[in-house]
Design a protein around this ligand. Structure first.
Ligand SMILES: Nc1nc2c(c(=O)[nH]1)N[C@H]1C(S)=C(S)[C@@H](COP(=O)(O)O)O[C@H]1N2
Ligand SMILES: [Mo]
Length: 246
């Protein structure tokens, strides 16, 4: 089923006349990943974990508040926001066979998952929202995560109180079926305050583990050399738990 979806997504890329994408390294990687579907042992992780609860449309919060950074404070970001992010790139890099550089359009054309979940912030509020985007596992398989990779690091465009926001997860959460690269909230492109144009949803984890304004997905062996070594912005600064499972 999944493989069929992936192939359908790839066919979509071609049908849309994106021959540039299909010819590029990224395009080739997406195709060969569909072919080598059994190749990566990490795939087995996808089935191992329980799903976070999913809700119905009737449960949606009337507004999904923004928290932490609510924009990226740069002229380049404001210009992109006004224009629909034509030049935004999401890089997949680090310990991968084929680094990828994906446009929003590439991401929208992949097989999508939509899920209605509850976001819980440690500051004591929650909100229910409907998120849509490709599963992270799909991008990781397309790039071909190498054996020595133990964590996935997410880098963001925003700067919070002088430092870049970042986060990380282990391979179980990275390959969890509800871990998606979301580009829509409640059926609309992501609002600015909620991380436009891309943010992670990692549904078994607390709010600070869902990085917004996503620019880079990086496979690494160790978190020691990333940021201050604790695996995330708040983990480094406020002693928040790295594993914030709920
Ligand atoms: N890049 C980035 N991602 C971030 C934050 C941030 O400040 N910058 N805040 C985190 C926290 S603490 C929460 S609760 C959620 C808030 O998501 P929302 O703004 O969509 O409500 O984003 C998380 N991801
Ligand atoms: Mo939060």
């Amino acid at each position: 089923m999944r493989r069929r979806n992936l192939l359908a997504g790839m066919a979509g890329l071609l049908a849309a006349g994106c021959s540039k994408v299909a010819d590029s390294e990224t395009g080739k990687a997406l195709f060969s990943s569909a072919e080598d579907w059994h190749r990566k042992a990490h795939r087995a992780l996808a089935g191992k974990q329980a799903l976070a609860r999913e809700y119905s449309r009737a449960d949606l919060s009337p507004t999904f508040r923004g928290n932490g950074s609510q924009t990226v404070d740069s002229d380049a970001y404001r210009a992109q926001l006004a224009d629909g992010f034509p030049d935004w790139r999401l890089e997949v890099r680090g310990l991968v066979d084929t680094p990828l550089s994906l446009s929003l359009d590439n991401i929208r054309r992949l097989p999508q998952r939509t899920q209605i979940t509850r976001h819980d912030c440690v500051e004591g509020w929650s909100a229910i929202g409907e998120w849509t985007g490709p599963q992270l596992s799909l991008l990781l398989d397309a790039a071909g995560v190498q054996e020595g990779a133990n964590f996935i690091v997410f880098r963001c465009a925003d700067n919070l109180n002088g430092d870049d926001y970042y986060e990380s997860v282990d391979m179980v959460d990275a390959y969890h079926p509800q871990t998606i690269v979301a580009h829509m909230l409640n059926g609309e492109p992501l609002p600015e305050k909620n991380g436009a144009p891309l943010r992670m949803r990692i549904e078994r984890q607390l709010g600070y583990k869902h990085p917004k304004y996503l620019t880079v997905i990086e496979a690494v062996a160790s978190l020691d050399e990333i940021g201050r070594g604790k695996g995330g912005y708040w983990e480094d600064r406020a002693g928040y738990q790295w594993y914030a499972g709920i």
